[in-house]
Design a protein around this ligand. Structure first.
Ligand SMILES: *Cc1c(COP(=O)(O)O)cnc(C)c1O
Length: 340
């Protein structure tokens, strides 16, 4: 059923699927991407032997459209999502979708669903989910030769409301192998994180923190967000690892931290060192910046900064980033695209 505009409560949207009027669709057939277009049907018809249903050839992206105070709409670094989508496609043996067409299609979907971009003061945004799946029939394990690319949009509330510190559990499971698909944004990494996150929720944790899968010694990332810490010396540090998805939010915060004099660095961070951080947080498009209140490992809780208050550096980074995304402050050149 199509979502009715009048039935939306902008203050309490949550993070759930809604069927908006339009989505973009393009197909790959006969060795090339066909012309794409907006469609109304939220469903996809697939063969029972479609590659995606058996061998998991899927990649996706997540980005947001922000309603500015002047009523216009901003996109935040969409070309970065387009480029990461190319890298994910290459890792999954899929045909890359042209990056300029990716950005154009994102804009088409935002414009077509414009009335569903939440108002400025709600703190809510329009979340865009581009994805690609292998659709041709396979029985033997092989890459598909036909693909479907789609982008749908959903209005979402602030994923984690306000800057409330959350409790995280260091997982005994791995989400991605050392030379696996951790650097690709692909469903398989999420499939392996489902049981760990269900179990973490059952024990009252917001999510899991994963360690590097080779030595289980270094911090990798959360299920769907990267990790950062502020050392006792006041340095912004974030893990460098072959098995994490490099977040665009993280890339952006590395630059903002530089401007703020936090001397940012990407390097390996042992779990032991993470416990000593002055402040820590999760960063990603959905999470924005979410403070880490505590990290529990082998039954022992390590409080970082505070379980009910957010540290000053985390708070400052959050406002720097969000103000740029909404167009309240100018960011580095090219970060924000305002739709005409
Ligand atoms: C999408 C994602 C992130 C966050 O990346 P952003 O580009 O900042 O949205 C972090 N980790 C994983 C595993 C992800 O899938």
């Amino acid at each position: 059923m199509k979502q009715k505009l009048a039935e939306l409560d902008w203050q309490n949207l949550g993070f759930q699927y809604r069927d908006l009027p339009y989505r973009y669709e393009a197909k790959f057939k006969d060795g090339k991407w066909q012309q794409g277009n907006l469609v109304e049907d939220a469903t996809i018809k697939l063969s029972e032997a479609a590659e995606i249903l058996h061998y998991g050839q899927e990649i996706f992206e997540g980005l947001k459209a922000y309603r500015r105070e002047d009523g216009k709409i901003n996109l935040f670094r969409p070309e970065q999502n387009a480029h990461r989508f190319t890298l994910s496609a290459e890792r999954l043996a899929m045909p890359p979708f042209p990056e300029d067409r990716f950005v154009e299609a994102v804009k088409e979907v935002v414009r077509a669903n414009e009335e569903f971009v939440p108002p400025y003061d709600s703190g809510a945004t329009l979340y865009l989910r581009p994805f690609m799946v292998g659709t041709s029939n396979v029985l033997g394990v092989t890459a598909a030769d036909e693909y479907l690319f789609r982008i749908f949009a959903v209005p979402v509330g602030a994923y984690i409301k306000g800057l409330n510190p959350a409790a995280y559990l260091v997982s005994d499971y791995d989400r991605a192998a050392y030379n696996g698909t951790g650097q690709a944004k692909t469903s398989g990494n999420y499939a392996s994180s489902l049981l760990p996150s269900v179990e973490a929720h059952q024990h009252g944790f917001a999510d899991c923190l994963y360690l590097d899968p080779r030595e289980h010694k270094y911090v990798d990332e959360f299920g769907g967000a990267n990790f950062f810490g502020i050392t006792q010396e006041g340095q912004f540090v974030t893990p460098q690892s072959k098995s994490i998805l490099v977040s665009i939010t993280k890339r952006s915060l590395l630059e903002l931290a530089e401007r703020m004099g936090l001397n940012p660095v990407e390097r390996q961070i042992t779990l032991e060192e993470a416990f000593t951080m002055k402040e820590a947080g999760a960063m990603g498009t959905a999470a924005v910046i979410s403070p880490v209140g505590s990290i529990t490992y082998q039954g022992v809780k390590h409080v970082i900064y505070s379980e009910d208050q957010t540290g000053p550096i985390t708070t400052k980074l959050y406002h720097e980033l969000v103000d740029i995304q909404y167009g309240n402050k100018p960011g580095p050149a090219g970060w924000v695209q305002t739709l005409e």
